[in-house]
Ligand binder design. Structure first.
Ligand SMILES: [Zn+2]
Length: 275
């Protein structure tokens, strides 16, 4: 958030926090003790707390799954009471980050969406940085990035982006929003829907459960890995697959966490669903 001007009160608060350097009135690294992101919107200074940022991100993710975002859905996702959700949504509505009508659900405003994408960009850049530079494995990075996403300055973000070569995808195959908030909205079929006889390549895996990622690694499955679908077992939806020279059974539950592209279409389409 470089280039943001603070009013007097905010400025003295800033000066009081010892972790920050103040360069005239231009702020560089918003790593202050309150962990607030200062943003200028509609000529006002908005202080977004870490919690507020998580709400915007949560609403964005629920919105992209389609449908209306209700208070109960959000409270379930964020693991907080509906009373706290209502209170925070009211605050975010006052800051024009969301449109919120009690009992009618919530939607991000265009500024709310811009902020959500900013946080998602930071999360995914951190994840890639942790893997590429600090040699973390893909199951170790999500929780770290959940914390780091809130303390990344604009300057650090630009530097990490450049060091990583302006990447478009994170280690789990999720699109990294560009600095001006553009994100690839490409959707891919799930491994769970792959046709017997086809060959697919993994393009994305869900990143929230490290056990899933560890298990996929154990099967030798990562982003880009080709998987031959040998058989679909219709009674439980599981798959018999070949990865390299090894054969595995993949449960439907696991296969629903993996997105793929078909690289060689199935020869047995339809007829193979017997198992
Ligand atoms: Zn993540």
């Amino acid at each position: 958030m470089s280039g943001v001007l603070l009013d007097d009160t905010a400025h003295s608060a800033w000066m009081a926090s010892e972790t920050n350097e103040c360069q005239g009135l231009t702020l560089e690294l918003p790593l202050n003790i309150f962990r607030l992101a200062e943003i200028m919107y509609s000529g006002r200074l908005i202080m977004l707390s870490e919690q507020g940022e998580n709400y915007l991100k949560g609403i964005y993710e629920l919105q992209s799954q389609g449908g209306k975002v209700s208070t109960s859905l959000l409270s379930e996702r964020l693991g907080v009471s509906s009373a706290s959700v209502t209170e925070m949504l009211q605050r975010l509505a006052d800051d024009e980050m969301v449109d919120y009508t009690p009992y009618k659900g919530v939607a991000l405003t265009s500024e709310g969406q811009r902020q959500a994408l900013r946080i998602i960009r930071r999360h995914r850049l951190w994840e890639l940085f942790l893997v590429e530079v600090l040699r973390f494995t893909w199951d170790e990075i999500h929780d770290e990035a959940e914390r780091l996403e809130h303390i990344m300055s604009e300057r650090l973000e630009e530097r990490i982006d450049a060091v990583l070569g302006h990447p478009r995808f994170d280690p789990h195959g999720h699109g990294i929003p560009s600095s001006d908030g553009l994100i690839s909205s490409e959707s891919h079929p799930l491994l769970a829907d792959a046709v017997a006889g086809s060959t697919v390549a993994v393009v994305r895996v869900s990143d929230e459960n490290p056990e899933i990622l560890q298990y996929l690694s154990k099967l030798g499955i990562g982003i880009g890995t080709p998987i031959d679908i040998a058989e679909r077992i219709s009674f439980d939806g599981s798959l018999r697959v070949r990865v390299g020279s090894n054969e595995h059974f993949v449960s439907e539950k696991l296969a629903k966490h993996v997105s793929v592209v078909t690289t060689a279409p199935g020869a047995m389409k339809g007829a193979s669903d017997g198992g």
